[in-house]
Design a protein around this ligand. Structure first.
Ligand code: PSV
Ligand code: MN
Length: 408
């Protein structure tokens, strides 16, 4: 019996005693699909400097090749989110097929409404009707691209906002945005989703048109059931209770998806759970709870969340940074799946504050390494995805691409 087996069996016994079925946990872990962002493989930086790396993909096809490595080694990332026009190609069917040939698929389509001179004072909130038209046409183009590549999600983030009091009319902008998004909504197929992201500041510093989850939720509600809220973990003020937002949206059946990343100060876009693993664990704890809800529509929402990374690795190499993010997420989801929900519920019913807190935290404190090893072994995946990447030679092979690849 190998070491990993010995540790796993001890772990299994321990969890069985707690009433946790590890086969169910492993099945859920295998089912976790996290899209990686095509733009996360390109060169990125801060407003001060983009340090170019060697080996960066030169086009969307090479981005897919890199994303395919992350999936091959972790088993949880079959989807690649794309950004238009960064990933604009002449033939989207060819791009779709290229992804399939690399054992992945194209995921959410992300329009870009922030890098055109016309959008300086807003895109769908611009006071100039012809600019709003242009922005809406781009949204419609992205719905069409999603249709062509067989993607069901169009994911929206707006940089729209202002820097100074009096600069623009908040309420007019709210109506303009709703008008443009309604047109996009009407153009979607019945099985498509519009995922609406919010962010409290940056690039605008005074007001942002969709500044928080409440505004995104309200917009989604006005548009219809195919519009849902996307929670980017880096888009909240310090100290925000994100898991509460998650629970609220699940209860309303409007939690569309996540952009995972880590933040210390603002929208830092760093490796998921690098700074505050407990936060991500608590987010997953709400999802795990909703997966077992009595209400089938809450369960349906919890089982249909679009998980994505939205990260930019400015200093560290891109592919290993994605792998680290995914293994961090696997670890924290695994821990959340170890929460004994019945214990939590009982403690809550007794108003046993310490007991309830203990029941949640206890799961976080388990070492899930033996569980992840067993799950990977059983799925034919490398036990240590990072080590496997480092030994694969892929990182050296792509150096022949040279410097000066794609950037956002
Ligand atoms: C900018 O803040 C951002 O990171 C948003 O989170 C979007 O999801 C992403 O860029 C891609 O447009
Ligand atoms: Mn995002």
């Amino acid at each position: 019996m190998g070491n990993s087996d010995r540790y796993y069996h001890l772990f299994e016994e321990q969890q069985e005693d707690r009433g946790i079925n590890l086969d169910e946990v492993k099945t859920k872990l295998r089912k976790l699909n996290i899209e990686t962002p095509s733009w996360g493989y390109g060169d990125s930086g801060t407003r001060f400097k983009v340090f170019q790396q060697e080996g960066i993909p030169r086009d969307p096809f090479e981005k897919i090749e890199d994303a395919a490595q992350v999936h091959k080694l972790t088993g949880n990332c079959p989807g690649v989110a794309i950004h238009i026009p960064w990933d604009k190609v002449d033939d989207y069917k060819k791009l779709k097929q290229y992804a399939i040939d690399h054992n992945v698929h194209l995921g959410a389509v992300n329009p870009n409404l922030f890098q055109d001179d016309d959008y300086k004072f807003g895109s769908v909130t611009n006071s100039d009707a012809s600019i709003r038209r242009k922005a809406t046409d781009h949204l419609l183009e992205c719905v069409e691209i999603a249709r062509t590549i067989g993607s069901k999600d169009v994911s929206l983030w707006f940089a729209d906002g202002t820097n100074y009091p009096g600069q623009a009319d908040f309420r007019k902008r709210k109506h303009w945005m709703q008008e443009c998004l309604s047109e996009m909504y009407e153009s979607m197929d019945d099985d498509m989703r519009m995922l609406i992201e919010y962010k409290f500041f940056e690039p605008a510093f005074y007001h942002t048109d969709l500044a928080d989850w409440g505004m995104a939720y309200n917009m989604a509600q006005k548009l219809g059931p195919q519009a849902e809220v996307l929670v980017d973990t880096g888009h909240h003020p310090q100290g925000t209770n994100i898991e509460h937002i998650v629970a609220y949206l699940l209860d309303e059946q409007r939690l569309g998806g996540f952009h995972f990343n880590s933040r210390k100060y603002a929208d830092d876009d760093l490796i998921a759970a690098a700074h505050n693993p407990y936060e991500l664990f608590l987010i997953f704890s709400q999802i795990v709870l909703a997966q077992k809800d009595n209400d089938p529509s809450v369960r349906k929402n919890a089982d249909n969340i679009a998980y994505m990374l939205d990260q930019c690795h400015n200093l560290e190499p891109k592919i290993p940074a994605m792998i680290r993010s995914i293994t961090n997420i696997q670890t924290l989801y695994a821990k959340a799946l170890l929460i004994n929900l019945a214990d939590v519920k009982e403690a809550q019913e007794r108003n046993d504050v310490l007991g309830a807190e203990h029941a949640v935290r206890q799961a976080f404190e388990f070492d899930v390494a033996p569980l992840l090893k067993a799950m990977r072994e059983e799925s034919g995946l490398p036990i240590d995805p990072m080590k496997a990447y480092q030994e694969s030679g892929y990182g050296e092979k792509i150096l022949s691409r040279g410097k000066g690849g794609a950037s956002w």
